[in-house]
Design a protein around this ligand. Sequence first.
Ligand SMILES: Cc1cc2nc3c(=O)[nH]c(=O)nc-3n(C[C@H](O)[C@H](O)[C@H](O)COP(=O)(O)OP(=O)(O)OC[C@H]3O[C@@H](n4cnc5c(N)ncnc54)[C@H](O)[C@@H]3O)c2cc1C
Length: 436
Amino acid sequence: MKIVIVGGGAGGLELATSLGKKLGRKGTAEILLLDRHHTHIWKPLLHEVASGSLDAEADAVGYRAHAHYNGFSFKLGTLCGIDREKKVIKLAALTDDEHEEVLPQREESYDYLVLAIGSISNDFGIEGVADHCIFLDSVSQAKSFQSRLVNQFIRLNRDLANSQTDRKLHVVIVGGGATGVELSAELFKARQWFSTYGLRHVKAEHLAVSLIEAGPRLLPALSERISSAARLELEKLGVSVNISTAVVRADKTGLFTKNEERFDADLIVWAAGVKAPDFLSNFDGLETNRANQLLVDSTLRLREDKSIFALGDCAGFSMTGPDGEETWVPPRAQSAHQMASLVAKNIRHIVASEPLDDFKYSDYGSLVSLSDFAAFGRLMGGLSMGGLNVEGRIARLAYVSLYRMHQFAIYGWFRTMLVTLSDKINHFIRPRLKLH
Ligand SMILES: Cc1cc2nc3c(=O)[nH]c(=O)nc-3n(C[C@H](O)[C@H](O)[C@H](O)COP(=O)(O)OP(=O)(O)OC[C@H]3O[C@@H](n4cnc5c(N)ncnc54)[C@H](O)[C@@H]3O)c2cc1C
């Protein structure tokens, strides 16, 4: 039996590792992971890559070596189509930086297919956003933001040194969810380290960060208390927080809000929501919701094709909300993790000709870390028995442990402990910020 997993992200890589160890190594099934990149980085770390706090190269997992050690195989490829009758997926031609073809357009057959291709930023069709805003959907986008940030700080330092200006670096972040809030704080930490590492003319007052949120408060997934505490901390750092402010247009040098208020910006980051990739809305006629997510049944198989599973941000799992309304499992790392665990179980059930289990989403809470400055969150389930607000070191510890749990799922306990130790050592021997 051949099981093909497309997308080696938060959910897909955990699934490939689990199935590789349990089925691939024994030769019970062939497990193939496909991804459009050579390496994996846990997406919730992208705002740290963007600020330079995290070196993506140092933290990335190379798919080929990881596959070799965990009983599955890996192929580089970008999914672009499917023929469900023939049970083949289509992969786009692969070209290098010089536009030379590396691999032609190809097909890959499957017995069971798992789609775990994540999500992209949703610009809601707002004029100018796609052309002028930076998204944090991939490592390359996060790195591109980081290199623009470095260049902006170098320019600013030169101008300040020549006393030519009293200008500031204006960064506008649209979206007051976890990504926007966390990135705002990360930028202040980056500014501190840039000054320490030689750009000494750039002082705190030379960085102006505006956070814009259309809704009535920051962090809508967290309680009002945590939302207010996070806002207070950001304002203490110097972030200008603008709630109930809808963006209607963006251009090269800034954006306009619904009230025709202008925000000038050297860099604009768009983090105002996500949707599954657009091509899924027209993917061999498969049913999707408004966020382009493929509709799945209780076992996480597509409602219209029982040989295809979908998980994570690209899967639309419908639930009933507290007032009887239809809600969807949120696009979060914990959802991808829980779905990957259930799909791993169900594929093992299929191999053993057993009935499949149903998915039940458990919300274990949300955490948000304002870089080195503060952390907040709410833990649900487990020891917290119904919900526990956490702050400070405990919240920071819980936040870091989310990534450690992902590493545990892909590396196991022993290697995760070694990686944790090496991170601690690197903290002392490496620069605190990536400067190039
Ligand atoms: C900056 C940022 C911060 C976040 N912070 C948090 C947080 O604090 N907590 C939280 O719970 N969630 C957070 N999230 C959301 C979380 O990262 C996602 O919900 C989670 O990564 C989804 O996992 P996934 O496996 O569905 O997709 P992903 O992890 O996005 O993986 C998708 C994979 O599919 C590959 N792929 C995509 N398209 C194709 C294609 N056509 N062909 C082949 N491969 C393809 C990609 O290369 C990628 O490897 C954050 C997201 C971002 C961007």
